[in-house]
Design a protein around this ligand. Structure first.
Ligand SMILES: N[C@@H](CCC(=O)N[C@@H](CS)C(=O)NCC(=O)O)C(=O)O
Length: 195
């Protein structure tokens, strides 16, 4: 989002795999919710990607939706994303590639069922229109696509191939000026999948 806005930004590494986000001092000083992303901007601290994206869209007057109906549509998809799309996929990828123990097949099968459903819903939606909230990209697209550009071997889930409308949409989002591969902009380097 920051790249798409063309606004200067600087990343700071947070080592959550080693427990930094569970540290009491980090929570007291940075985010009581124990999560990244955290955005420090104009003397304020924002957390929760949906709130960060909404603030940036409003502040810059871009990617928030063209009118009131579209802004409501954006909110609807941000909520769906946080509950059922990125949340399940991020968890699935984490357990599949980076979790502390080998993933439990029953848990993975349950998550996969949830993902099949969520991806199916978004795929059907994107068969009708170019972007999630309408004809132009918004923060709803930026929220939903967040984890889908990571290498397939990390999740073992072929999202773009299994859901062709999602695959085509990912190419359209990739064409938004400022788009960058996550591993080219995230600090901390790339880890090899463990499992
Ligand atoms: N709903 C939150 C989810 C954020 C989230 O799950 N962040 C993960 C990294 S992707 C995290 O900080 N995990 C650290 C932990 O659980 O200790 C958002 O969209 O910002």
């Amino acid at each position: 989002m920051l790249n798409a806005l063309g606004t200067p930004w600087r990343a700071q590494y947070v080592d959550y795999l080693q427990g930094q986000t569970r540290d009491g001092d980090w929570r007291a000083g940075t985010n009581a919710m124990g999560e990244v992303p955290v955005l420090d901007v104009d003397g304020r601290r924002l957390t929760q990607s949906g709130a960060i994206l909404s603030w940036l869209a409003e502040h810059h007057g871009r990617f928030g939706g063209a009118d009131s109906d579209e802004r409501y549509e954006v909110l609807r998809w941000l909520l769906f994303d946080n509950h059922k799309f990125t949340s399940y996929f991020a968890t699935y990828r984490f357990m599949k590639a980076f979790g502390p123990v080998q993933p439990d097949p029953a848990v993975m099968a349950w998550l996969r069922g949830r993902l099949d459903n969520a991806f199916g819903i978004v795929d059907k939606h994107l068969a009708q229109q170019a972007f999630v909230a309408g004809a132009a990209p918004t923060i709803a697209d930026i929220s939903l696509c967040g984890y889908l550009y990571f290498p397939v071997e990390e999740s073992g889930y072929e999202v773009a191939t299994r859901f062709p409308h999602i695959g085509a949409w990912l190419e359209r989002v990739r064409a938004v000026p400022g788009w960058a591969d996550p591993y080219d902009i995230l600090p901390g380097g790339r880890l090899a999948p463990k499992w």
